[in-house]
Design a binder for this molecule. Structure first.
Ligand code: GDP
Length: 301
């Protein structure tokens, strides 16, 4: 999977070369070795809690299997990351059988939410779905126009909210239009203001309520966009959203610009949510469905 590999080249160069350097002086899995490995994991942005968990796993497996080479340790390390990632149950994204399916995009400003909304619209359109975008990020200057420009370029309809309009009312307009038009999919770009937790929660609650009223049992997906370059700080911001609303998937953007791909494992460990897609560039095609095995292969291989 070359595309995946090239998009993650920064993480791969950094992570794989450090492991190689560590392995060049391999004398066994002792305390010094584990300390060095811990540093590599922290530099890859696994965060302390997650890195410690992995280190404990590597240590006990290495003892159990009497690992005698760096290759063996690498295998154990990759397996520990895979096992950790796969230890959660995920809700699958399904299309609504009657009426449009709704995806709600949430996340802080600058995370790449609007761009990702466009990328998803493009992907689903290419899969034959009729997509309607809702530009409900009415508080960030330019966000609505930005999404509209993407919509025109991709060739999908876009319902635009007026400046500072109530996002929920824009969403109502969008849902009604989608029902009228018979769209398969609605993707709503929402506001990413985080200055007030209570407001955020209320806003999101209201959006959920109006969507459920217009199209029962929706939204099917609430996807939280996280900028990979913001590291552990990005994860704590993400927590504000996961406590405010029922997020059921993560989209991790800007992994192409980051050498810290380990954040995927950290997000998984700390939030328990699946990474659905990763953003690997600024163009509309730079979105890749996430797969833990190819991901680990790409950053370690
Ligand atoms: P929003 O405020 O969350 O809606 O963020 P935008 O969608 O406007 O994105 C902010 C910036 O990040 C823009 O310059 C995007 O082109 C850029 N961006 C978004 N996703 C990616 C990505 O996956 N890779 C890179 N390199 N840039 C991205």
């Amino acid at each position: 999977n070359d595309y995946y590999l090239s998009g993650l080249s920064k993480s791969r160069t950094s992570f794989a070369s450090k492991l190689k350097r560590l392995g060049s002086g391999f004398k066994g899995v002792d305390e010094d070795f584990l300390e060095e490995l811990m540093i590599i994991l922290l530099e890859a942005d696994l965060g302390i809690e997650t890195a410690e968990k992995i280190i404990r796993g590597v240590e006990s497996k290495a003892i159990e299997t009497k690992a005698k080479s760096m290759d063996e340790v690498n295998d154990i390390l990759f397996e520990e990351m895979q096992t950790l990632y796969n230890s959660f149950e995920d809700e699958e994204f399904k299309f609504n059988e009657d009426g449009p399916t709704v995806i709600l995009m949430v996340g802080v400003n600058g995370s790449g939410k609007t761009t990702t909304t466009a990328k998803l619209a493009n992907k689903f359109k290419n899969e034959g779905k009729s997509v309607l975008l809702i530009a409900a990020d009415t508080f960030r200057a330019g966000a609505v126009d930005q999404l509209k420009r993407w919509a025109d370029r991709i060739g999908v309809d876009c319902v635009m909210g007026k400046n500072n309009a109530d996002p929920a009312s824009v969403i109502v307009d969008g849902c009604r239009q989608a029902k009228e038009n018979g769209n398969d999919l609605i993707i709503a770009d929402t506001a990413g203001r985080l200055q007030n937790k209570v407001n955020l929660m209320k806003e999101l609650e209201k959006m959920h309520r109006v969507i459920d009223r217009e199209i029962p049992e929706q939204p099917a997906a609430v996807w939280l966009v996280i900028d990979a370059t913001t590291g552990q700080n990005g994860i704590s911001q993400a927590r504000e959203f996961t406590t405010a609303t029922d997020v059921n998937g993560i989209i991790l953007t800007k992994l192409d610009g980051s050498a810290k791909g380990g954040i995927v494992i950290s997000i998984r460990n700390l939030l328990g949510l699946p990474v659905k897609y990763v953003g690997l560039g600024e163009s509309v095609d730079d979105l890749k469905e996430f797969d833990i095995d190819s991901f680990i292969y790409s950053i370690c291989g």
